[in-house]
Design a protein around this ligand. Sequence first.
Ligand SMILES: Nc1nc2c(ncn2[C@@H]2O[C@H](COP(=O)(O)OP(=O)(O)OP(=O)(O)O)[C@@H](O)[C@H]2O)c(=O)[nH]1
Length: 298
Amino acid sequence: MWRQHRYKMLFSLLLLLSGLLLAVNSGNAKLSNEFDWLDVLGEGTTLLVAIGWLGLIISSRPAGRVTEWLYYGSLLLVYSYFLDLLDEFIRYPEHLRLMSWLESLPAPVGMLILTYGLVGWHREQRAINRQLRGRELFLRDHQLIDPLTQLYGIEYLQAVLQREIELHQSQHKALSLLVLDIDNFAGFNRRHGMAAGDTYLSRLSELLSSQLRHSDLVCRYAGDRFIALLPNTALPQAQIMAQHLRQQLSQLADAQHEPVLTLAEMAVQQHSAQAALQQAATVMAQAKTAGAVTLQPS
Ligand SMILES: Nc1nc2c(ncn2[C@@H]2O[C@H](COP(=O)(O)OP(=O)(O)OP(=O)(O)O)[C@@H](O)[C@H]2O)c(=O)[nH]1
């Protein structure tokens, strides 16, 4: 954090040094019995606090416009307070107005700049809080996670899909979905038992999660249907990913080649999550009817 602000710190040091040289060259040192120690204590403390602000800004803020306002506003205060402290030790000639201007003027200007920076910081913080609240809401609601597969369910998918559609369309980026359905899972359950069905669902979910990219989101959309959201992915790339997934998924079939899975892909061109999910259902129905993309175990 400090490294990215090093030029600011260098500039600050040079500014204070120039103030010191100007003060030393413009006036004469006071005698020690002329020092007002109460003033020195008050002005010295104010200066140290303002320097502390500079340190806090540098150590806690990323580089950026708001940080610049905060930093240079505080720096002007530091400059004013520094010269104010120096005149406790240095006496300037009566006719020299420059030093008293330099003591007085930077402080109010610095206050204005600092206030502007604080308003920017407040706005920034509100935007961050809004985002965090949204994320926390998802994470806090455990019902959004399916206990069997540990995947997010339909509600989460709908919310994320809506957000991604808006984001991708505003940035003119491609978004695709993979839709996967187990054929006649009811029959599989009847023949092998519900427990075997549960085990199959868990293994299938693990495989899906491990085969997709970190940026993709796999959700359990319904009992035996899964949908993967593929951000920044155009249809040809989604087709390649689906093909790869088909090969991996064929490992899950048993000796009787059960169960059969249907995997289809689609580009999201709809403007709402609801419309996209309806289209996903249509795509899946067509895939099942056509049987062309039905995954047969190898
Ligand atoms: N073992 C197990 N089965 C489940 C679970 N959730 C849903 N199912 C079963 O999945 C089946 C889904 O039935 P359908 O929607 O008719 O789907 P299907 O039998 O695969 O038929 P098609 O999709 O039309 O090929 C039902 O029999 C449910 O009991 C679960 O968590 N565990």
